[in-house]
Design a binder for this molecule. Structure first.
Ligand SMILES: Nc1ncnc2c1ncn2[C@@H]1O[C@H](COP(=O)(O)OP(=O)(O)OP(=O)(O)O)[C@@H](O)[C@H]1O
Length: 350
């Protein structure tokens, strides 16, 4: 649905002494029809620049951007208007006309697209029902809550029946409950209407709940791209590991480990379980067979779109050779790591 091929965007230096900024650095990306692609990255990684190239608000310095089979980088303004009709956009701060009514906001893109006035009523009322605001049609948007404003934003973005929705931090201004409601609505946009969604966010919970794939950006590059489950269960790049660790810890943090050691004797190991690997029951059996006592001291099981993984840390006690044998056997079943205490990684203990 969207293809970036070897795309770079370099912003020239703002002053004579300044340096040019490479916002996108030779990016290749395919967004599949019908998917929800989450794009994560720290501030300045190039996420917004990427979205602006997709809806042709900006042009690449080199490389090509293709949307629904049309290369947007070479199109005239007139041809671009047609492509943009196929792309809806929602924003963190909603970007609505504050003084207009809900109806007026949703009517706006229809007017711009030249949809005859007599067709507005049915379309707007259909959209209002879809986003759950049928009773708010004539309310001014400034009277709405944040969640309701984003629903209007979504209705407006869908007005011209686009195949693509670009979402730039759509829930970052919302509280957790409202975030969940807006995410549920976006899921319906994807599943019921078949709209392909590209979603920029820094919230990994949003990625986990909505995205089928994740692209992680750093310094203008996509440093990791994979199915959401794989990215959460086994993040490869350091930036990805940092994002995932905001939601899922791979073993206790050094300070927590220090405290665990005060309360639990034995050797600490973290076992990482994934779908398709051996189960915890297989591992427990291996410990029991070798006379090793195990105590779960940290961790949990996570669910990503119905598939599970977990990082469980155990304190193992028993005869030294038996513990060593059990650990090396278990390492043939699942990934085994030894959590590092604070002193070993140079973090000061409290
Ligand atoms: N119009 C511009 N002129 C000059 N530099 C720009 C321009 N737009 C973006 N940049 C620079 O390009 C880099 C990428 O910016 P971009 O806004 O795409 O990042 P981002 O990942 O979306 O960050 P954020 O999460 O803060 O929005 C940054 O260093 C930014 O300062």
């Amino acid at each position: 649905m969207i293809r970036l091929a070897d795309v770079s965007r370099v912003f020239p230096a703002r002053s004579r002494q300044g340096a040019a900024v490479t916002a996108l650095d030779h990016v290749d990306l395919d967004v599949r029809a019908g998917e929800v692609l989450g794009v994560v990255g720290y501030s300045g990684a190039g996420k917004s620049t990427l979205l602006r190239l997709v809806n042709a608000l900006d042009r690449p310095t080199s490389g090509t951007v293709t949307v629904a089979g049309r290369e947007v980088s070479g199109l005239s303004e007139r041809a671009l208007r047609e492509v943009r009709r196929d792309i809806g956009m929602i924003f963190q701060q909603f970007n609505l006309f504050a003084s207009r009514t809900v109806w007026g906001n949703i009517a706006y893109p229809l007017t711009v697209a030249g949809v005859p006035k007599d067709q507005h009523r049915d379309r707007i009322s259909q959209l209002l029902h879809f986003v759950g605001l049928a009773d708010k049609a004539h309310v001014h948007v400034e009277q709405l809550s944040g969640g309701q404003k984003q629903r209007v934003g979504i209705a407006r973005a869908l007005a011209t029946d686009p195949r693509i929705l670009l979402a730039d931090e759509p829930t970052s201004a919302l509280d957790p409950q409202t975030t969940a409601e807006v995410l549920a609505l976006l899921r319906r946009v994807n599943e019921e209407l078949g709209v392909t969604i590209v979603l920029i966010t820094h919230e990994m919970e949003v990625v986990r709940s909505l995205a089928s794939r994740v692209a992680v950006m750093e310094a203008g590059r996509i440093v990791e791209l994979g199915d959401t489950y794989d990215v959460f269960a086994a993040p490869q790049h350091l930036a990805t590991q940092r994002f995932v660790s905001t939601l899922v810890e791979k073993g206790p943090q050094p300070r927590a480990l220090d405290r665990l050691r005060e309360r639990h004797a034995g050797r600490m190991v973290t076992l990482s379980f994934r779908d398709g690997d051996a189960s915890p029951a297989d591992v427990f059996a291996a410990f029991i067979e070798r006379g090793v006592t195990f105590e779960l001291v940290h961790g949990g099981v996570e669910d990503v779109h119905g598939r599970t993984f977990g990082h469980l840390t155990f304190a193992l006690t028993g005869e030294g050779a038996a513990v060593a044998d059990a650990v090396s056997y278990v390492a043939t079943l699942v990934e085994v790591t030894t959590p590092a205490p604070a002193a070993e990684i140079g973090t000061e203990a409290p």
